[in-house]
Design a protein around this ligand. Structure first.
Ligand SMILES: [Zn+2]
Ligand SMILES: [Zn+2]
Length: 336
């Protein structure tokens, strides 16, 4: 009799569950034991009796939910192996945001890798995705359509820098997800040689501090909400996208609004939401990264958690890899 991987990890309404180890991965409801891949709110919820994650992820959760976000918070270093009732659990980098991890579950003679959200391209704010050979690879599919090919981020940052030079009398107001995208844009601007202070919305301040505490250098930052700073003509301001339409944004000098997201690849979305300068910058794998990763790992089975599952499943079957769409609910793409 062959052992099915579902005896090691199976989808439940709360999320992926490991029966022999009695824990969930990224559960969408409060549970006894949770292993958390990263700090985005759809993956990291508060109220678990035990939350196990990287140190950075736990710090991010404490920042967002307060110190009492879990009964007990247990940090696990990348590569450190935890043994739970014959099941080995370890975390390896996912390249998505600071602290993000893939969960490697070994037991019953097999290895399952739950990649959480991930990307393959370089990101100065986090460790790169580490490919881990496995029998089952569990992947997201947020951008799993051939139309999604994210351009190099240096190109997109170049567009922003060019616009700043072109319109020195205007404020550049960049809408970015507060965890990950905002800090990555700040680092990319620094790498492109932008060394002026970067102004940030108050919603970013504490997460920026967590990044700095974990060794990510963001350079000189200033609070865009401070009194008496004027209209910030010629400056770059980074804010959550929701703030771009706020009264708050009206104080700036004829702002050029720019929204940074993988969705900006879709022209209709870019027109509706992207502002004057849509930037295609994503923390999720694009079509080439998704298929390239699966081709590299060649797992016995590919499980697809959420997103555009059909196209990736079809690609897998054309390439001789069995796949199973899990259609997990509760994982939004707000961080894309
Ligand atoms: Zn995420
Ligand atoms: Zn997600």
């Amino acid at each position: 009799m062959t052992i099915r991987p579902e005896s090691l990890l199976c989808p439940r309404p709360e999320g992926l569950y490991c029966p022999p180890g009695d824990f969930f991965i990224d559960p969408t409801r409060a549970v006894e034991r949770a292993v958390i891949t990263h700090g985005h709110s759809d993956h990291a919820r508060s109220g678990h009796a035990l939350a196990l994650a990287t140190h950075a992820t736990l710090d991010i959760m404490a920042e967002r939910y307060g110190e009492g976000f879990a009964g007990r918070a247990q940090p696990l270093k990348y590569g450190e192996v935890l043994n739970r009732d014959g099941v080995e659990v370890s975390l390896v980098p996912a390249g998505h945001v600071l602290g993000s991890a893939q969960v490697v579950v070994r037991g019953k003679g097999m290895t399952i890798v739950v990649s959480g959200d991930y990307k393959r391209r370089r990101d100065p704010t986090c460790k790169p995705f580490q490919p881990t050979p496995c029998d089952v690879f569990v992947s997201e599919a947020t951008f799993a359509l051939p139309v999604f090919r994210h351009p190099p981020d240096t190109e997109e940052i170049g567009k922003l820098m060019k616009s700043v030079r072109q319109f020195p009398e205007r404020t550049h107001l960049v809408g970015a997800y507060v965890l990950g995208k905002a800090q990555r844009i700040i680092c990319l601007l620094r790498e492109a040689g932008y060394d002026k202070p970067i102004y940030v919305h108050g919603a970013l301040e504490r997460l920026n501090a967590v990044y700095e505490a974990h060794g990510v250098r963001l350079g000189r930052l200033a609070l865009a909400t401070a009194e008496g700073i004027g209209d910030l003509a010629g400056e770059i301001v980074i804010a959550p996208r929701s703030a771009l339409q706020d009264r708050w944004a009206r104080r700036f000098a004829d702002p050029v609004s720019a929204f940074a997201s993988g969705w900006m690849r879709v022209r209709a979305r870019a027109r509706q939401q992207g502002g004057e300068l849509p930037l295609v910058i994503s923390d999720h794998a694009d079509w080439d990264e998704l298929t390239g990763t699966v081709a590299e790992l060649r797992p016995g089975e590919l499980w697809i958690t959420h997103g555009r599952e059909e196209a990736l499943a079809r690609w897998a079957s054309l390439n001789g890899i069995a796949s199973r769409p899990l259609s997990l609910v509760g994982y939004e793409d707000e961080d894309a």
